[in-house]
Design a protein around this ligand. Sequence first.
Ligand SMILES: [Zn+2]
Length: 69
Amino acid sequence: MEFTRTEPDPASQTCGYQIQVGGWDNDGNRFCVAPKATGLYFCQEHHDWVIQDEPDGIVRMAPGNVRGH
Ligand SMILES: [Zn+2]
């Protein structure tokens, strides 16, 4: 999977899901660089992942995050 070391702008069209948190056992932060899916805050893969933890099926994001278009 493609990734970047620096967090993408939440107002951009880049997914930006944090794939890996930097720590002693790895090589640092990784953020997804796939394009956001239309109408979603993440790429389809990470939307499907995040939604598993939302019992009402709604992803809540901080202001400033935009959906894919
Ligand atoms: Zn993603």
